[in-house]
Design a protein around this ligand. Sequence first.
Ligand code: PLP
Length: 398
Amino acid sequence: MAVMNENYCNLKESYLFSQIAAKVAAFVANNPDKKVIRMGIGDVTLPLAPAVVDAMKKAVEEMGVKETFRGYGPEQGYDFLHEALVRYYKEHGVELATDEIFISDGAKSDCGNITDIFNNANTILVPDPVYPVYVDTNIMCGRNIVYINGTPENNFLPMPDDSIKADVVYLCSPNNPTGAAYTKEQLEAWVAYALKNDAVILYDAAYESFVVDPAIPRSIYVVEGAKECAIELCSLSKTAGFTGTRCGYTVVPKALKRKAGNGQEMSLNKMWLRRQTTKFNGVPYIIQRGAEAVFSEQGQKECQEMLEFYRENAKIMMNTLTKKGIKFYGGVHSPYIWLQCPNGMGSWEFFDYLLEKLAIVGTPGAGFGKMGEGYLRLTAFGSREGTIEAMERIEKNL
Ligand code: PLP
């Protein structure tokens, strides 16, 4: 008799995006004349950069010729992409070796897959509110999860203290959903916590490319000691419009070592290599050539233009919210704006209000954790016209 993983019984049904979709569909059906502006889902809208498309076309051609055809590639990614990433990190003040970088089909997969190399007895620390994948992937393995609260008082950047007992710490900066980004001093405090407690930080840097202030870290490895306590997960989804193309990377430094349940010292880099070579067969060559082009001079120029476009949308949104006296977070180093629902409204109440009265779709903050209640997330990933029109509606009617 097959016995199933009972931890799945402990997962909360994820109603967030299906509930939003159902409400929007009902509204559209009842109001066919109204133009709905969608600022809810965190997906990009601009197409891939021309340099990326050219590189992928060239790779497709290579695949169609006997001499240049490629079959299975290295599970951990091709060296040409490792080398491009080593250069990219170096530009941001971080020295890595090519075999410390593992290419993946995106940060979501690796956020979940990385749980494989940790013992289930670990206590997991998760900031609230945050990207829900950290919680659900750990519930699936039956782990004890403790939360640290993001609040207006800490600017939604919770900090460690001695009362926290955790073995694995998830940090997301710039944060989804709040858009808040840790300073170097704040990350130093987290690294000090992890080193003191032999904990491991899982640092999600999926939005690093949105950081505009050079003093704000784009990688946790700018902090001394981070290579002894942190794994960094990153993605080309938002940096280069790869949400549908799928490519990310995970950095597991060779200096990162911890004991296994039997007391044996383990290299996390070796464990992750073993995990990936056993359970993963690599990202397609064509996609990796496209990813390599993101880090070329032309690719960087084109991707920066895309990022600038989204940043301009965020500025338009922030101007309107400031004018209206609505309190918000994020928007500067992030495509997300996390706003306090006006007049003490709850997340869903304000979601309904925005949809019914202004035909604007946001994401209720409560969907990202209990501390998200009373907040709503808007994204800057929309079109310029849609963003301007949504802000005009807010300015006139909210
Ligand atoms: N991490 C965070 C914080 C995200 O918000 C997302 C996607 O929205 C991901 C990871 C997943 O990225 P990917 O598309 O690379 O799987």
